[in-house]
Design a protein around this ligand. Structure first.
Ligand SMILES: [Zn+2]
Length: 447
């Protein structure tokens, strides 16, 4: 590192891509390339996923934060290059509203708090503008500037190892001439690498359908992304996955994907579009509604408020867990909140569920015959039981209460990888030891 490079600069941006193409991460890589000779990077580019329940988000609601050191003299030039890269590369669309934010010096605490809110709540563009005015060195917007929200949050969410869990993702990019072609990944090589590096990598193949889930579906420049715990392993695995087309470039990002960070800061209050984490008492047997969604009424244990809890069709086998809940069971629900005006009710859309307590439920049955051991039948109300096989009769024999054997056990249940949101921590990441440092490896990006 050069001694003259002693000014910290943090660059955050979001909402640069539309559903039609481009990708915020690709813009990040271009910017890294354009400034790399003049800066010392302090971190990998951070790919920060924010509140997944916001209906007007672009796909994964992922923003980028870059932290670096520069010479004071080049600050203006870096700002210019960032704005130029954004202007040149954002996807023009009525629903694309890019925002770019630059913070000079230490990241103010207010931005850390802003970032926590962005993970769990809805923040207005006006609030983000006020923040940008007060705390940022420079900011730049196109359209309504909604991207400021994610931009500020990506700077504020520093993923400090002592405070936050984090993962990495290596994203590989396609040659421009291949962008419209179908992505072809060799299944065998991926399955082998997944097995070899598990649990240090996750969400490569859906465990239920066996589908490859490292490739996006849209016309964006990403070929595939591998998620995991260590940059060096991601680089190795990239070299082992066979593809039908060459990789034009790649970049490793440090991210909050797969960490449950949104649940860490969630509230147990139900507020429309917010992230929810709280204890629920089941009030009724769940039902399956048209479309395959499973839904039931529950009660917030904190304030006895009645809410609906839903497990949607794409969560597949996860719905069978929910379907088997019974009144008086207790769960911790993790999910997003929606308010339905028409019914004036809140629904919690489950992203995962921990079963804390399974209530005892009984069924009443006729007793077994004391002589031949066959199940007896009722002889009419208050008239005891009789045996059809041997003819034994007893007016004193009443029905017996037996405990219903539950088809559930306590524990944590998560929908299959294919249905998981980016932020959701998958089973594979439980029981891993905490990472308490990160360091930039050589070759963390290449163009
Ligand atoms: Zn009998």
């Amino acid at each position: 590192m050069s001694d003259l490079r002693n000014t910290s600069l943090h660059i955050g941006f979001d909402d640069t891509d539309s559903l039609r193409g481009s990708c915020t991460t690709f813009l990040a890589l271009r910017l890294v390339e354009r400034i790399s000779n003049d800066v010392d990077f302090l971190d990998y580019p951070r790919l920060i996923r924010n509140n997944p329940n916001i209906p007007w988000k672009t796909r994964g609601n992922g923003a980028i934060g870059l932290s670096l050191k520069v010479e004071e003299d080049v600050v203006e030039s870096i700002v210019e290059r960032a704005i130029d890269t954004l202007k040149e590369m954002y996807e023009e669309d009525e629903n694309t509203n890019p925002g770019l934010v630059i913070v000079k010096g230490e990241v103010p605490q207010e931005l850390n708090q802003f970032a926590r809110k962005a993970l769990t709540e809805v923040i207005s563009i006006a609030t983000a503008k006020d923040f940008a005015e007060e705390f940022c060195f420079k900011y730049y917007t196109i359209g309504n500037g909604r991207g400021l929200i994610g931009g500020i949050a990506a700077i504020g969410n520093t993923l400090q190892p002592e405070l936050e869990d984090f993962t990495y993702e290596i994203l590989t990019y396609r040659m421009p001439q291949n962008i419209k072609k179908k992505r072809v990944i060799d299944y065998e090589s991926l399955a082998q690498a997944d097995k070899k590096y598990s649990p240090q990598v996750f969400n490569n193949i859906d465990e239920e359908t066996k589908k490859i889930i490292i490739t996006p579906a849209g016309p964006d420049p990403v070929l595939y992304g591998i998620r995991g715990e260590e940059p060096t392993i991601l680089l190795k695995m990239m070299k082992e996955i066979k593809t039908m087309e060459p990789i034009s470039s790649y970049c490793i990002f440090r991210t909050n994907q797969g960490t449950d960070q949104h649940f860490k800061y969630a509230s147990s209050e139900v507020v429309n579009f917010n992230v929810f984490r709280g204890e629920i008492k089941v009030l009724e047997k769940p039902t399956t509604i048209p479309g395959g969604h499973v839904i039931f009424q529950g009660e917030l244990v904190s304030n006895k408020k009645s809410v609906d809890i839903a497990a949607f069709e794409p969560s597949k086998r996860f719905r069978n867990i929910i379907k088997n809940l019974l009144p008086e069971d207790r769960i911790i629900a993790f999910g997003g909140v929606r308010y339905k005006e028409k019914f004036q009710r809140f629904t919690i859309q489950l992203e995962k569920c921990e079963i804390l307590f399974l209530a005892d439920h009984f069924k009443e049955e006729s007793p077994f015959c004391p002589t031949c051991n066959k199940r007896m039948i009722s002889n009419g109300f208050n008239k005891g039981h009789k045996c059809r096989k041997c003819g034994y009769k007893n007016r004193e024999l009443t029905k017996v209460r037996t405990l219903i054997e539950r088809e559930l056990s306590r524990g944590l249940f998560i929908p299959p990888a294919q249905a998981q949101r980016h932020l959701v921590k998958p089973h594979r990441r439980y029981n891993l030891s905490r990472k308490n440092v990160f360091g930039l490896i050589d070759n963390w990006w290449k163009t």
